[in-house]
Design a protein around this ligand. Structure first.
Ligand SMILES: CC1=C(CCC(=O)O)c2cc3nc(cc4[nH]c(cc5[nH]c(cc1n2)c(C)c5CCC(=O)O)c(CCC(=O)O)c4C)C(CCC(=O)O)=C3C
Ligand SMILES: [Fe+2]
Length: 313
C-alpha cells in the first residue's frame, strides 16, 4: 500500500449561497454581526457578480481536486498517495475541520499550502497559525509552503495571460507598448510594514518577473480592495491610480493583472470588472483584466511542485 500524504489546501473562503452571506460576514468580523447597511452593501456586490448563483465555491473545489490529480501524476511521487483536504478561513470546512478530517482518515504526515502566492502575517501567516494549532492539539505532523510567488510556472502562467491580453489590444488597433500594465493585489493595513512583513516586496518581485517575461514596457504596481476601516491601508488604490494615469499621463489603454489573486472572486469580478471598469469608462479609458488562473495546469503544477519540493522528493 502507498504511503498516504495529506495536503491541506487553504483559502479565504466564500459564502455557499446568498443566505450564507450574513454568517460568513459575521465570521470575518470576529463574531460581530454586520449592520443591516453593511450586509446590504456586501449582498449587493455578490448579487452584481453572480445574480444569486455562486460559482466561486465550485471554483475552489475544482482547484483542490485538480491539485490532488496533479500531485498524484508527478513521477517523483510514485510511492505516495496524496489526498487533498480543504480548509477555509471564514467558511466551512474551516481550516480546523480540514486538519481534523486528516487525522480521522489516519493521515500521519501532512503538508499545507494556501491558494494565495504571497506571504503576509495577515493572510497566509494567519492560516498557517490556525492549522498548526489544530495539528498540535491532535498530534499531527504538518509543515507548510509559505509562499511560491516566484515559482517559474506561476510566473509563466501570469505572463501568458498578460501577453494574450496585450495581443487583443494590438488586434483592436492599440499600440502594444503604450498599454499600461497595472499589477495589483489586495491592500492590507499599513501597519504590516512596521513589522517587516514581506507581502509588498514579494508582490513587487512577482510583478517585475511577469513584466519581464511578457516583455511589458510600461508597468506599475497598485493596491485594490482596501477595507473600509478607520486605520490607513496600503495605497495608492487602483481607482486613484486610474485617475492619475488619465489626468497626468493621458493613458488610454490599461491592462490590470491582479497577481495577488489566483481565482475569480469578489475582488476580481466586482472590484475590478465592475467598479474599476466603470471609473475607467467615465474617463474614456479602455480597461481590460487578465483571465484568472483558477485551475490552470501551470498554476496547478506550481502548487504541486512547491509541495513536492517541500517534502524533499
Ligand atoms: C490579503 C487578503 C486576501 C488575499 C489573500 C487570500 O486570498 O488569502 C483576501 C482575499 C479574499 N477576501 C475575500 C472576501 C472578503 N474579505 C473581507 C475583508 C478583508 N480581507 C482582508 C484581506 C485579504 N482578503 C482583510 C485584511 C479584510 C478586513 C477584515 C479582516 O481582517 O479579515 C471581506 C469583508 C467585507 C469587505 O471588506 O469587503 C470580504 C467579503 C475573498 C472571497 C471573496 C468571494 O467570495 O469571492 C477572498 C478570496
Ligand atoms: Fe478579503
Amino acid at each position: 500500500m502507498k504511503n498516504k500524504i495529506g495536503v491541506l489546501v487553504m483559502s479565504y473562503g466564500t459564502p455557499e449561497n446568498m443566505e450564507g452571506i450574513e454568517s460568513y460576514y459575521t465570521h470575518i468580523r470576529r463574531g460581530n454581526k454586520p449592520t443591516e447597511e453593511q450586509l446590504k452593501e456586501l449582498t449587493d456586490r455578490y448579487e452584481a457578480i453572480v445574480g444569486g448563483v455562486f460559482p466561486l465555491r465550485e471554483n475552489t473545489d475544482r482547484q483542490v481536486r485538480t491539485l490532488q490529480d496533479t500531485l498524484n501524476v508527478d513521477p517523483r511521487s510514485a510511492d505516495l498517495e496524496f489526498v487533498c483536504y480543504q480548509g477555509l478561513k471564514h467558511a466551512a470546512p474551516y481550516i480546523e475541520d480540514g486538519v481534523e478530517q486528516m487525522v480521522q482518515d489516519g493521515i500521519k504526515e501532512a503538508f499545507g499550502i494556501v491558494l494565495a502566492p504571497h506571504y503576509s502575517t495577515m493572510s497566509v501567516g494567519s492560516y498557517v497559525k490556525r492549522a498548526q494549532a489544530k495539528a498540535d492539539e491532535l498530534g499531527l505532523q504538518i509543515s507548510f509552503v509559505e509562499s511560491y510567488h516566484m515559482h517559474p510556472k506561476l510566473i509563466e502562467a501570469f505572463a501568458d495571460r498578460v501577453s494574450a491580453k496585450l495581443n487583443q489590444f494590438e488586434e483592436a488597433g492599440a499600440d502594444r507598448d503604450s498599454v499600461r500594465v497595472l499589477f495589483s493585489a489586495h491592500s492590507l493595513p499599513e501597519r504590516i510594514l512596521s513589522v517587516g512583513d514581506p507581502y509588498q516586496e514579494q508582490l513587487l518581485e512577482t510583478s517585475k518577473a511577469v513584466a519581464e517575461r511578457a516583455g511589458v514596457k510600461k508597468w506599475q504596481f497598485t493596491w485594490q480592495s482596501a477595507g473600509r476601516t478607520a486605520e490607513p491601508w496600503l495605497g495608492p488604490d487602483i481607482l486613484d491610480t486610474l485617475q492619475t494615469l488619465n489626468k497626468e499621463e493621458q493613458v488610454e489603454d490599461v491592462l490590470v493583472a491582479p497577481v495577488g489573486f489566483v481565482s475569480d472572486h469578489l475582488e476580481v469580478l466586482y472590484d475590478l470588472d465592475i467598479e474599476a471598469k466603470s471609473i475607467a469608462k467615465e474617463m474614456d479609458m479602455r480597461l481590460e483584466r487578465i483571465d484568472s488562473l483558477n485551475s490552470d495546469p501551470l498554476y496547478m503544477e506550481a502548487l504541486s511542485d512547491s509541495v513536492i519540493t517541500l517534502i524533499g522528493l
